[in-house]
Design a protein around this ligand. Structure first.
Ligand code: ADP
Ligand code: MG
Ligand code: ZN
Length: 494
């Protein structure tokens, strides 16, 4: 999206609602299994409770509450000692009971914060509330022989959800993206869910409004739905900001509504007018007692929290002397950070920066080629350390080490074995390298003449030729030194 100059008079104000599925074994209020509804056969995990039959009673899933508390603590929220479930009434075919059990007046937690990092630096986003609720079923609309049907799959109905709502503290599409990514990292760190946006385990809904810069009043907002990637999130918010500014500049009004993101057109499109809270006729869920949390249990959960990405990033900078960028890349994923720290611990003779470079450069590149997820099993920590150690000793050179790592990655073999098998040991022997250098200079008399006439840059070219002749195995430092000597000798003779 182009940064149009007249946009500068306006400011975007954005609050974000995130729905995160909780990776519990069973559903929120019944003992049905939570299955991957994108691959499971429809309606295999359904019972009278989650199908909304009359006369049944919900029972709260303790594991879901625990995960909710974990996240709330990670977001530095105030946990309410007692919270309540409420019925949010609306009619839609994917909601068998005709209401969703959610939390309204007294949520699980409130008043938290999350620090995000953007190109402008750090920013604190206030978390308004975190509450528990249940997911809906899934509708599939099909057209067959000219007749349209809607199919309902209730596997997802009753799956525990956490809703995380911010204050309207975000002011750009970039910030919204950073917020969403940071939150996703924390969800994964805390084991709340897999973070897989394609599978819908995290659903992000930005509420976007704009106002004249300097104004204190919030503008009318729209809510964007159907975002299944960070890219879609960022593009849709940028689009929506510009659309709203355009409307206001033309003296028109923004309509409060829910809009969907049309990926192919790169546009948000109106879906429906926005419901108000009173449309839902919230009232306390009569079938569930208040949710009372034992302080000792809360303390236990607090103690079990892992070190979170932000804290870990800062520690990586001070403890290992990494720059902010490396520290961030290494701590976004818990497995990566653990892998790095294990390698550093096993290799006190190597610099943490070297290890970081190999992980963030070569290893990430290889992992990306096969699907992205960082899989520490592909190159066990010991194997990486072993490879970097032989590189450090000068047994192999940098280029060979990269090639070996790629081999290790695909074959699962270890570095010494591959070096032996392929005869890749680095040659540092002076007389052998001197032979290669003389051969290259002897076979390229024209280039030698040009060099002697003053084109010094050719030295790099000779170097490349020697390395090629040596099959990449020559010790580059020794090659450089001997090449320089022989060229100097030629200069003296000329
Ligand atoms: P609802 O219950 O209708 O979803 P809330 O008032 O709980 O609405 O707000 C939902 C989200 O929208 C919150 O993240 C909040 O910060 C944000 N929000 C509310 N009003 C505005 C506004 N005018 N502009 C931008 N964001 C807003
Ligand atoms: Mg909402
Ligand atoms: Zn059930």
């Amino acid at each position: 999206m182009v940064e149009v100059e007249w946009m500068a008079d306006y400011e975007a104000v954005i609050g974000v609602e995130v729905h995160a599925e909780l990776a519990t074994r069973s559903k929120m209020f019944c003992s049905c299994a939570v299955v991957d509804s994108t691959i499971a056969e429809p309606n295999i995990a359904v019972c009278p409770v989650c199908a909304g039959m009359p006369g049944v009673l919900p029972v709260v899933n303790r594991a879901a509450v625990e995960l909710g508390v974990r996240l709330a603590l990670a977001l530095e929220c105030e946990i309410l000692p007692q919270s309540f479930f409420a019925r949010k009434n609306y009619f839609y075919p994917d909601l068998p009971k005709g209401y969703q059990i959610s939390q309204y007046e007294q949520p699980l937690a409130r008043n938290g914060r999350l620090v995000i990092l953007t190109s402008k630096g750090e920013k604190t986003v206030r978390i308004r509330r975190v509450h528990l609720e249940e997911d809906t079923g899934k509708l599939t609309h099909i057209l067959k022989d000219g007749v349209s049907y809607s199919l309902i799959d209730l596997n997802r109905a009753g799956v525990p959800l956490l809703e995380i709502v911010t204050e309207p503290d975000l002011n750009s599409a970039e910030e919204v993206r950073a917020y969403a990514m940071t939150l996703r990292n924390i969800l994964r760190y805390c084991g709340i869910n897999s973070g897989d946006m394609q599978k819908g385990v995290i659903r992000i809904e930005p509420n976007v409004s704009v106002r004249k810069r300097g104004s204190e009043q919030l503008g009318t907002r729209t809510e964007i739905k159907n975002l299944n990637s960070f890219r879609a999130l960022e593009r849709s918010v940028a689009y929506e900001i510009e659309r709203q500014v355009r409307l206001l500049r033309e003296g028109r009004e923004v309509v409060q509504e829910t809009r969907g993101w049309d990926e192919s057109q790169g546009k948000t499109v109106s879906q429906r007018s926005k419901e108000e809270a009173h449309d839902y006729r919230y009232f306390p869920e009569p079938d569930l007692p208040p949710l009372t949390l034992d302080p000792a249990w809360l303390e236990e959960i607090r103690r079990s929290l892992p070190e979170l990405p932000m804290a870990r990033r800062r520690r990586f900078q001070t403890q290992y002397g990494l720059n902010a960028y490396d520290a961030e890349v290494l701590t976004n994923e818990r497995v990566v950070a653990d892998y790095f720290e294990a390698a550093v611990a096993q290799a006190p003779h190597l610099s943490p920066k070297t290890i970081a470079n190999w992980i963030c450069g070569e290893l990430f590149g290889l992992m990306n080629q096969v699907g992205g997820e960082f899989d520490p099993g592909r190159v066990p920590v010991e194997s990486l350390v072993e490879l970097l150690s032989v590189l450090d000793k000068g047994t192999i050179n940098q280029l060979t080490a990269k090639a070996i790592l790629a081999e290790m990655f695909t074959s699962g073999k270890r570095a010494p074995e591959l070096i032996r098998e392929k005869g890749l040991e680095q040659v540092s022997d002076q007389s052998q390298i001197a032979g290669w250098v003389s051969q290259v200079l002897g076979e390229n008399p024209e280039q030698v003449q040009t060099y002697l006439k003053g084109k010094e840059a050719l030295e790099q070219w000779f170097f490349g030729q020697v390395m090629r002749l040596a099959g990449g195995k020559a010790n580059p430092k020794v090659v450089q030194q001997i090449l320089r000597e022989q060229l100097n000798k030629l200069k003296e003779q000329a």
